[in-house]
Design a protein around this ligand. Structure first.
Ligand SMILES: C=C(O[C@H]1C=CC=C(C(=O)O)[C@@H]1O)C(=O)O
Ligand SMILES: [Mg+2]
Length: 461
C-alpha cells in the first residue's frame, strides 16, 4: 500500500539512519470505543495491531499499522538495543506542543536462551512497534495520532494520505455497529502432557529440598482447537468484560494474536515515580462471601504461599533499592482479589534517582521470582530442562513507553496465543519445598479460567 512505511527489522548495532525524520500529529475526537477502533483496522492492518488497557482503567492505547518496528532476533543486549534505538528515534521527533508523545509498544520473549521450535517461532526475542495510527484514551480525552517515520522526500504528501486513512478509521469506529460475538465451536481441549508437568513439579520440589534452588516457577500449556478461525477481537472483548481488575493486552503479528488479562504490574514510570508489584501466592475465590473471606485468611497465613511471595518481595526490593530513592514496601502482603483467584500482593514504589530508562528496569526485574525463581539463573536452567516447552511471550514483559520516558510493563500472565483456529493457553505456579504436584496442577486450572472463559472453553472445577 502506498501510504505504508516499510517495516524495518533491526539487528544489533544497527542504528537509525541519519536522514530519518519522525513526524507525529494528534487530534482530539469524540468518544470512540477502543475495540471498535481496533476492529476498524482489521481489513487493512490485520497483523499490525495492538491493544492495551491498564488495570485501573485510566489509560487505553490502541495501535494500528506500523510506522516502525524494532525487533531483535539476536538475544544478547536486547533490552539496551530497544532502548537505544527508541532513544534515537525520539531524537528525530518533529512535533508541536499540542501533539501527544507517540508510544512504542511491544514485548520481550520470556527466555532469551530458549530456542525450541514451537508455536512461537514467528515471534522474535523482542518486538516493538511505533503504530501508524494511535488511539489514546486518558483522563476523559480521546486522542488519535498519526506517526510517520521516513526518509522520503515526499513526506508531506505521504502524511496527507495518512490523514485520509486516519479520518476513515475514526469514521468507521464511530458509526459502524460491530458485533463481536463469536459463535465458534470448540472441538477439542488438549492438555499438553499432564504427566510431564506433574513429574516436572515433583523433580523441581526434590531439587529444592536438596538445596539446589529455593523456588522455581513451572508452567504448562493447553491447546484448544476450534471449528473456525478464532476472532481475536471477541476474545479481547470477553476478557475485558470478564476480568476487569486486570491489564488487558493484545499484540498481533504474522497471523497470531497474543492476548490476556494479567493482574501483575512489572514496572511503571510516571513523572519520576516508579511502581512495581509483588504478586505471588494463590488461592481460589469462595462460592459465598464467607467462604471467600475464609479462603483469603487462609492464604494470608499459609506458610508455603507466604514463602512463594517473600522471594518476590526480596528480589523487587533489591532492584528498587539499587535504582531508586525513598522506596516504600509494606511489611506484610494484602489480598488481591480477581474474578477467579486471590493472590498475595505487595505494592512497591520509589523515586527515580537518575534518568534510568524503563528498559533498564525491565531488564533488572525480569523474570521476578513470581515467574522465574531463586536463584534466577539456576531456576531458568531448571525451567528449560523440566518444562519441555517454549513460553514464548507468556510470563514475559509486555507494555509501552513514550518519548518522555514514562511507560508501563505488565507480566503477560493469564494469556493465550491465537493462531488461526487454534489457541495455546499457558499457566504456571511457584514451586517451593512444600509444593504438592496435584495441588499445583489444580492451581494452574484456576489460572487458565479467565482466558478459557473468554474463548468459550470448558471450565474445569
Ligand atoms: C505463573 C503464574 O502466576 C504467578 C503469579 C501469581 C501467582 C503465582 C503463584 O501463586 O504461583 C505465580 O507466581 C501464572 O498465572 O501462570
Ligand atoms: Mg502458587
Amino acid at each position: 500500500m502506498s501510504h505504508k512505511i516499510k517495516e524495518t527489522n533491526m539487528s544489533r548495532k544497527m542504528t537509525i539512519s541519519s536522514d530519518i525524520r519522525f513526524f507525529t500529529e494528534t487530534v482530539e475526537v469524540g468518544r470512540i470505543s477502543p475495540l471498535s477502533f481496533f476492529e476498524a483496522g482489521a481489513s487493512e492492518y490485520k497483523n499490525e495491531r495492538f491493544y492495551w488497557q491498564n488495570a485501573d482503567k485510566t489509560l487505553t492505547l490502541i495501535g494500528i499499522g506500523h510506522a516502525y518496528t524494532l525487533s531483535n532476533t539476536k538475544h544478547a543486549g536486547r533490552y539496551k538495543d530497544i532502548a537505544e534505538n527508541w532513544k534515537q528515534l525520539c531524537s528525530r521527533l518533529i512535533k508541536e506542543e499540542k501533539d501527544m508523545d507517540p508510544v512504542l509498544f511491544g514485548g520481550f520473549s520470556y527466555d532469551e536462551e530458549n530456542r525450541s521450535v514451537s508455536e512461537w517461532s514467528e515471534f522474535p526475542s523482542s518486538y516493538f512497534v511505533v503504530p501508524s495510527f494511535q488511539l489514546k484514551i486518558e483522563e476523559g480525552r480521546t486522542l488519535v495520532s498519526i506517526n510517520m517515520i521516513t526518509n522520503r522526500a515526499e513526506a508531506a504528501a505521504d502524511f496527507e494520505r495518512l490523514r485520509e486513512v486516519r479520518d476513515h478509521l475514526i469514521h468507521i469506529a464511530q458509526v459502524e455497529e460491530f458485533n463481536f460475538t463469536d459463535k465458534n465451536e470448540l472441538l477439542s481441549t488438549n492438555e499438553r502432557e499432564k504427566n510431564h508437568y506433574l513429574k516436572a513439579v515433583e523433580n523441581v520440589t526434590e531439587s529444592i529440598r536438596r538445596g539446589k534452588a529455593d523456588k522455581v516457577v513451572i508452567a504448562r500449556a493447553l491447546e484448544l482447537q476450534f471449528e473456525h478461525e478464532v476472532s481475536g477481537v471477541s476474545a479481547l472483548q470477553s476478557i475485558s468484560n470478564e476480568q476487569q481488575e486486570s491489564y488487558h493486552f493484545g499484540l498481533q503479528r504474522d497471523g497470531s494474536l497474543f492476548f490476556g488479562a494479567t493482574p501483575e504490574r512489572l514496572i511503571q514510570i510516571r513523572d519520576g515515580k516508579v511502581y512495581s508489584a509483588c504478586v505471588a501466592g494463590s488461592i481460589r475465590r469462595g462460592k459465598s462471601a464467607q467462604e471467600d473471606r475464609e479462603l483469603g485468611e487462609k492464604l494470608l497465613s499459609d506458610r508455603k504461599n507466604r514463602e512463594e511471595h517473600q522471594y518476590v518481595v526480596a528480589m523487587i526490593s533489591n532492584v528498587f533499592n539499587s535504582f531508586c530513592n525513598e522506596v516504600i514496601i509494606p511489611k506484610t502482603p494484602k489480598l488481591m482479589k480477581i474474578r477467579d483467584i486471590q493472590h498475595l500482593y505487595t505494592p512497591v514504589e520509589g523515586l527515580l534517582e537518575q534518568k534510568i530508562d524503563i528498559f533498564s528496569f525491565v531488564e533488572a526485574l525480569h523474570p521476578t521470582p513470581a515467574l522465574g525463581g531463586v536463584p534466577t539463573d539456576v531456576s531458568l536452567e531448571m525451567i528449560r530442562q523440566e518444562e519441555g516447552m517454549d513460553r514464548g511471550y507468556y510470563a514475559a514483559p509486555i507494555g509501552w513507553t513514550d518519548a518522555a520516558g514514562n511507560g508501563e510493563f505488565a507480566v503477560a500472565l493469564r494469556s493465550s496465543l491465537i493462531q488461526g483456529n487454534r489457541a495455546y493457553l499457558y499457566a504456571g505456579g511457584g514451586i517451593v519445598a512444600d509444593s504438592v504436584p496435584e495441588e499445583e496442577y489444580e492451581e494452574t486450572w484456576v489460572k487458565f479460567r479467565p482466558v478459557l472463559r473468554a474463548l468459550g472453553g470448558k471450565l474445569n472445577g
